[in-house]
Design a protein around this ligand. Sequence first.
Ligand code: HEM
Length: 398
Amino acid sequence: MTELISEELPTTRPNPFDPPTELTGIRDKARISRLEFADGHLGWLVTGHHQVREILGSPKFTNDPGSHHLPDKRRQVDDSDTKRKVEPGMFLSQDPPDHTRLRKMLQGQFTVRRMNQLSEWIGTIVDDQLKHLRTFDGHADLVKEFALPVPSLVICALLGVDYDEKHRFQEDTAKMLSLDTPVKEAMAAFERIQEFMRELIARKKASPGGDDMISDLLATGEPTDEEASNMAMLLLLAGHETTANMLGIGTFTLLQHPDQLKILRDEPEVIDNAVEELMRYLSIIHFGPLRTATEDVEIDGHLIKAGDTVMMHIPVANRDPEKFPGNPEELDLRRPATGHVAFGHGIQQLARIEMRIAFAKLFQEFPDLRLDVAPEEVPLRTNMGIYGVHSLPVAWSA
Ligand code: HEM
């Protein structure tokens, strides 16, 4: 059976951790449904796990933002000056062969040496931020003092960006990701970060030889300057907001599930799987990804026609009982959670390492960490493309 969703896509969550109940109900009736997009386009909503995997891996869909219809009116562009276009080097929105070429270029930079070096840096950055947290005398906002700075410092170290210049990207990133920001303002924020990245590339070219990924990438002579600055921008944005939100809402989740937190404390070896399970359970990318068919394609008996836009719903797909049998609605740190699609089809090893180190050390160093407000008072990021908590007031015995 195929459901037709012509009302606005449900976004109200029954509680901070579960996706909208209506969407879970839709998945249980039909893993592929028709969805009316904000401009009236009749496309598709995909809520089944294996269907999401199939579409993300299929060459018959494009990721070109100019081809997509949008599900949310607030992101609609009706003026040709602001038409969404692909930026060279923003390979998240590119198709092969450019996507393959740029991704390969970048993968060459994720060497074993650099990943080992990074694990060491991450340990030091986390320790320093935990020391900083201690200075707050028993009460602090965990997002501001820990969850946001840790991944921001890590990505800055990786890319060779001076963290003291965080004012040039943190606020603008938040502006870009807020669904309430008018499109033109979001684009202006994008352009400001782009300018910062262009300056960074120019500085690195003027004094080559830095021990960071962008310097090494430039030394290969492979990317154009425009590609290099957009790749740096993609990594800077993708590398700090997502992980920051996982750390924020992941901590909230563990504090609200004391039985699971006890498992994490008593069985430290569970940490790798715990991170996968938190990723699966929380699935913080709550809109999209989107793809548009470039030719007719049949998925699960449904004919998706060339030009049709498909919106995948990762939080609901990651709780598909066909993939995670038993109790997919429950958080279970011991469940084998690999195979989730919370990273789309990408492999974000860096995010995994950061979360493993950050969660493990946070709960070791602050064994009696607790919420400092009632759970209903924690402000949720329902208005942002990336879900999480705006702040997380916590307390501990100083
Ligand atoms: C918890 C953290 C993270 C989550 C939930 C997450 C989620 C995602 C998702 C869902 C996609 C696929 C989007 C699509 O196909 O349209 C993606 C792609 C991507 N992410 Fe992340 N990500 C995280 C951390 C990171 C980090 C730390 C980095 C950077 C170092 C990063 C860099 C990228 C890049 C470069 C892509 C594009 C991959 C490609 O197109 O081949 N992400 N991420």
